[in-house]
Design a protein. Structure first.
Lengths: 560, 272
């Protein structure tokens, strides 16, 4: 896609140019998705920064594709909303804050001159820093800040244009990315640059490419196709019609609109600001919802889906496949409990792996958000799960260090009160669920669950996807590696010796119980051998084996 | 003068029966066609031995009103009144049978009290009653202690409670794929979940923590069902942590054993 000549190389950025630039960044990021994924510091198979950023960006762009808005403020704001809802992973959340900062800086402008564009880049970086409680240099934050500074420098040059500013931003990003290994030892040891920072560099380069009149060699990329597409599309809960649309207006009363919509259906999501509101609701009477909403402003991107037929379609496909290939059955939600929980608290957990899903349900989790293969759930995925519950107070367990940040965004998007536990692994989440008490208050539960999660040690076992050096450990591609509480600590040639080293590493002799969660890749005999080996090495430890069914990690062990 | 009557689920030590003249009306355990009076026809060891071999779970049944009427009738010739203290009416029909039995003995005061609890806590209530000077004082002493009873029970499995239908609010703990150990209590006369832990070893410190919060106590016992080593471990821990508190160790009877299953161990006490 070559740049249209509208505004290219010229002074000002309007809405359509911004849109074009974002589409360009999407294409270029799509082209580099796998490369970014492979920049994961640890040589683990579920590197997902590239995918997360791509999906977040797709979400940002979804609603602007059709838009003809001329004002840059409008385009920026729609993109910010989209990225907020679609944010996945830490990198996705920070990216959504970058969009937010940018949109905030341009909120009253129809067009940007070079100086205003540079200011917007700087404000985007500031917003990114604010989003992180402990900002670290050598990450996407540093890259964003350098991009902003370089843009500001270029804007002050005589004859500066939007293109020259973007070019400087991209160049600033690139040099900052190259410097990241000097700022973070962990990158230096692993021999990689920071993945999130590189992703931002690619995005800025993509934006530049689309506004420069430059042929893009790689350009006919598939901007819309995410890798490893395994969104386990659970059939939507509820009856009737899934109704979604945007309302454009002036002085829209978001709270008021939400109250109205809440009376008409369930799984209600109403987010936005006085000029743009996004609505999602499951209702028996979509025309009533639409008529009501249309009184507030102009409706856009309307979609109404018959949920019972969607559900039926999925079931038909499953039925057809019977006798053909193995079909992964869609995990059915349990029958809703006859009574609500006495303490009025709902439980949502992010879980991957059918066995782990069953375990979490068995411990009382009401809604499961499937993490999926290499994909982390978006803020919206978790928000929808929270809204589906018949409870006003919700405890949310992310169970993955890369989901915690996106989970922390959910509370701000719902009227419900959401407590996010910082569980970073499945065993931590399980320990937390064991400590949950259906008759104690939310505060007491959060305290007990947090404490329980703290005491369990997690050992994740997988195979290195590339050579790597970290923590003084030299790892060859294919080696068995063990991460203890998210840090790569042991490597070797076979499971038994690596797990033994890991168990010794956590002082397993002081604990009582090891639970092995078997992943999809682990065979029966591998599991048996590992179990026997652990029992032999640690005769005082109880060893339990559970089917986890998780991908990428043949064995996840909890030690408690 | 008055006498104290209770049922076999109170796990009252035989010495107290002798010392205080406490009458115990037995419940029944049924293995198929065979019916045994709890602690009379069947010792606890014999019961658990049979339980291991039985292919179907035994059931339990409350004494009949007639069983109570017989005892009250006899006592009416020996004393001026009776206080009759029994296992929670939410868990057994025993107290109701006692009420009906009492109503058929004319002109003799029988004060039936629902302990809202079970096992040795009820025995403690009996002793408190027996130490009173008058029937009215006995009733008052018992009623004052009813809300001060505590049970902290660690079960090996919930399946006996579930199959026996007494699981109450601990229902919420069912359905776990993981082997999770429940710590249960009694509230409003019913079984209630207190806590969940992954290992027995974690359970004991958790139970002791709760006990510490309830100090001081008037009476304290460690009760168990075929788990003498665990009971001893707890007793030793208590002796070390709370040297000023007297701790008894006892075994629960067959009727309760049917409902909690072997391996159960618990702290039972009355707060001061």
């Amino acid at each position: 896609m070559t740049a249209s000549s509208r505004g290219a190389g010229a002074g000002r950025v309007d809405g359509q140019l911004l849109k074009q630039a974002l589409l360009g960044s999407l294409a270029w990021l799509g082209a580099h998705q796998e490369e970014i994924n492979r920049l994961n510091v640890f040589p683990v198979p579920d590197g997902d920064t590239g995918t997360n950023m791509l999906l977040t960006l797709q979400s940002a762009i979804e609603d602007i594709r059709e838009s003809q808005a001329a004002e840059v403020s409008k385009i920026a704001r729609i993109a910010a909303h989209g990225s907020l809802m679609g944010a996945r992973g830490n990198s996705g959340v920070i990216l959504s804050q970058i969009f937010r900062g940018f949109a905030s800086a341009v909120q009253d402008k129809a067009e940007l001159d070079p100086g205003q564009l540079a200011t917007a880049f700087e404000e985007a970086a500031n917003a990114a820093y604010r989003a992180v409680s402990k900002p670290t240099e050598g990450t996407i934050l540093t890259v964003a800040r350098q991009a902003g500074r370089s843009a500001a420098g270029a804007a002050q040059q005589p004859g500066a244009t939007a293109t020259s500013v973007m070019k400087a931003a991209a160049a600033g990003a690139r040099s900052a990315v190259e410097r990241t290994p000097t700022q973070l030892k962990i990158l230096r040891d692993a021999g990689v640059v920071d993945a999130g920072g590189y992703g931002l560099q690619i995005m800025l380069e993509g934006m530049l490419r689309s506004v420069e009149e430059v042929e893009d060699e790689l350009s006919p990329l598939m901007p819309g196709r995410p890798a490893a597409q395994v969104t386990l599309d659970l059939p939507e809960e509820g009856w009737g019609y899934c109704t979604e649309f945007l309302i454009h207006g002036d002085e829209l009363d978001v709270e008021g609109i939400r109250d109205e919509i809440e009376a008409l259906g369930n799984s209600v999501l109403v987010v936005g600001d006085p000029e743009l509101v996004k609505v999602h609701v499951h209702t028996d009477d979509p025309s009533r919802v639409i008529t009501l909403a249309a009184r507030h402003g102009r409706l856009d991107r309307l979609s109404v889906g018959d949920m019972s037929s969607q559900h039926q379609r999925i079931r038909d496909q499953a039925d057809e496949a019977d006798g053909a290939d193995e079909v992964v059955p869609v995990p059915a939600a349990p029958a809703p409990p006859a009574e609500l929980r006495p303490n009025g608290i709902g439980l949502v957990a992010v879980v991957s792996g059918p066995g782990l899903v069953e375990i979490f349900r068995g411990l009382g989790v009401d809604e499961i958000v499937e993490g999926g293969q290499t994909m982390n759930p978006s803020t919206q995925d978790m928000l929808e799960a929270v809204e589906r519950l018949p409870y006003g107070r919700v405890i949310l367990l992310p169970n993955n260090k890369n989901v915690v940040l996106a989970a922390s965004q959910v509370g701000g998007l719902t009227k419900k009160t959401v407590d996010v536990l910082e569980t970073r692994t499945s065993p931590q989440g399980i320990a937390a669920m064991v400590a949950f008490h259906p008759e104690r208050s939310a505060d007491e539960n959060v305290a007990a669950m947090t404490e329980a999660a703290r005491h369990v040690q997690t050992i994740e076992v997988t195979h290195a996807v590339r050579d790597s050096r970290s923590n003084g450990l030299t790892v060859r591609k294919g080696d068995v590696i063990a991460l203890i509480n998210d840090r790569l600590e042991h490597a070797g040639k076979e499971y038994e010796s690596v797990v033994q080293a890991a168990l010794n590493g956590v002082g397993a002799g002081d604990y009582e119980l090891v639970t092995i969660y078997r992943g999809q890749q682990a065979t029966d005999s591998q599991a048996e051998r590992l179990t026997a080996s652990i029992r032999g090495d640690f005769p005082d430890l109880e060893v339990e084996v559970q089917s986890g069914g998780q991908e990428h990690y043949p064995f996840i062990l909890s030690v408690e | 003068m008055f006498r104290v009557v209770t049922d076999s689920t109170s796990d009252v030590p035989p010495e107290w029966c002798q010392q205080y003249g406490i009458e115990v009306v037995p419940l029944r355990v049924l293995f198929g066609e065979e019916s045994f009076r709890d602690r009379v026809d069947l010792s606890t060891d014999e019961f658990f031995a049979r339980l291991r071999q039985a292919d179907r779970l035994p059931t339990t049944s409350a004494p009949s009103p007639g069983d109570f009427a017989t005892v009250y009738e006899r006592l009416s010739h020996e004393c001026d009144g009776v206080v009759s203290i029994h296992i929670s009416g939410e868990l057994s029909g025993t107290v109701e049978a006692a009420r009906v039995g009492a109503s058929s003995v004319e002109g003799f005061p029988v004060h039936v009290i629902d302990s809202r609890c079970l096992t040795i806590c009820v025995a403690y209530l009996c002793r408190a009653a027996a130490e009173a000077a008058t029937l009215d004082e006995a009733v008052a002493r018992v009623e004052a202690r009813v809300p001060r009873q505590r049970i902290l029970a660690l079960l090996d499995t919930l399946k006996y409670l579930e199959m026996g239908g007494r699981i109450g609010r601990a229902q919420a703990m069912l359905g776990s794929m993981l082997d999770v150990k429940p710590i249960l209590g009694v509230a409003d006369g019913r079984v209630t979940p207190l806590d969940r832990v992954r290992t027995r070893a974690k359970a004991i410190p958790r139970m002791l923590e709760r006990l510490r919060q309830d100090l001081p106590v008037e009476r304290l016992a460690v009760m168990h069902a075929q788990a003498p080593a665990d009971a001893e471990r707890i007793r030793a821990q208590l002796a070390a942590d709370l040297p000023d508190v007297e701790v008894e160790v006892g075994e629960i009877g067959a009727v309760l054993g049917t409902h909690v299953g072997p391996g159960a161990v618990g702290l039972t006490y009355i707060t001061r």
